[in-house]
Design a protein around this ligand. Structure first.
Ligand code: F0G
Length: 349
């Protein structure tokens, strides 16, 4: 058994012998074979990398264990980040464990309830601004430039180093790279990290091929697809409500080098995929995560995939983080008298 991704992949991590490791045993998340959606892809083999089973419920923990370990080892006593929610939850948890202070800046009213409650309970100082994620990122960049505080957004290269471990796990499970790797794109750190991970594993001979990277933005927050910043990004997938991704250039490199694409999906397509995953796969992810499957379905509609393809979709975060969207997308509970016969009859049991 490994104690988290640093322990498991230490030779490929920027960790020195004297570094202090802060871990919650993140990583080692399930690669789940599709039970149903696969049949909609032209019978390619489809897997979901379910990052919702990380300790704070998203892929951010992979990056945060490295970023906070390094911050602690380098003598910082506080961390700061901008966030659409998940980064703030993860930073708050790892900072708490490290005995460090966390200050997180979030767009007011645009954070899913579960994420907000996490950052609050882990004891972070939560600052809401009348602005979006891009504004919050500018603020924390300025703070980190002027004050002795570690910036733990994915502009911190240690975050990317940790997040690349998801590619290692996928290759370890499949014994090679998939043909296609599909994931949602917001600030574009994760697509950068996955591509770095695949390339590193290829270089040391762990794989014989590299996947094509397919990234999907929400249509109302699709600066990379449009080729220009989006000043007022909007989408139901609040995690990827970002108009000026910090790793824009790296995302384009991942796309170009891998022979992939970056496209957009509408909120309707995202919510359809979100519900399909729950109804037919038994998988509860958050709306932003479902953007990967929405992208898969969009491409499948154009007969993009072959039956010999192996596809991995990353499901970036746990559905429990966003109860409001879950309830809005579902049939409401039915009130009935406490009468077992009436209940059995109503449902033809
Ligand atoms: N999916 C989820 C659930 C996310 O929380 C994020 C990013 C992404 C996808 C996109 O990843 O930014 O690396 O392209 N969330 C950040 C946050 C921005 O603050 O939690 P990305």
């Amino acid at each position: 058994m490994y104690n988290g991704i640093i322990d498991r992949y230490r030779p490929l991590m920027p960790i020195g012998d004297s570094d202090h490791i802060i871990t919650l045993n993140e990583g080692n998340t399930p690669l789940i074979r599709s039970a149903y959606i696969e049949t909609m892809t032209g019978n390619a083999a489809l897997f979901f990398k379910y990052e919702g089973s990380n300790p704070t419920g998203s892929f951010k923990d992979r990056g945060m264990t490295v970023a906070v370990s390094k911050a602690k080892s380098e003598g910082y006593d506080s961390v700061v980040c901008a966030s659409t929610g998940n980064t703030s939850a993860s930073a708050a948890a790892y900072a708490a464990r490290a005995g460090m202070k966390a200050v997180v800046i979030i767009p007011k009213g645009k954070i899913a309830l579960g994420k907000l409650s996490q950052a609050m309970l882990y004891g972070a100082s939560v600052v809401q601004i009348d602005g979006n994620f891009d504004d919050a990122l500018n603020i924390v960049r300025n703070i980190a430039n002027e004050y002795h505080v570690a910036l733990v957004n994915s502009v911190n290269p240690y975050r990317i180093e940790g997040q690349k471990s998801a590619s290692f796990e996928i290759v370890d499970d499949l014994s090679d790279s998939p043909t296609y790797h599909i994931l949602p794109v917001g600030n574009a750190g994760n697509i950068t990290a996955y591509w770095k991970g695949y390339k590193e594993y290829y270089k040391i001979g762990k794989t014989e091929s590299l996947p094509a990277m397919l990234g999907f933005q929400a249509a109302g927050a699709a600066p990379i697809v449009l080729g220009h910043k989006v000043l007022h990004p909007e989408t139901v997938a609040t995690a990827i409500r970002i108009g000026n991704p910090a790793s824009w250039e790296n995302a384009l490199s991942a796309k170009n080098e891998s022979g992939g694409l970056i496209d957009s999906v509408t909120d309707d397509e995202i919510l359809t995929a979100y519900k399909l995953l729950a109804d037919h796969e038994g998988i509860f992810c958050e709306p932003a995560s479902a953007a990967s499957v929405a992208g898969l379905l969009k491409l499948s509609g154009n007969s993009f995939f072959k039956s010999t393809d192996i596809i991995v979709c990353t499901l970036t975060g746990n559905g429990l983080k966003d109860p409001d969207n879950a309830i809005e997308s579902s049939v409401p509970p039915i009130s009935m008298p406490s009468d077992y016969k009436a209940i059995a009859k109503a449902f033809h049991l």
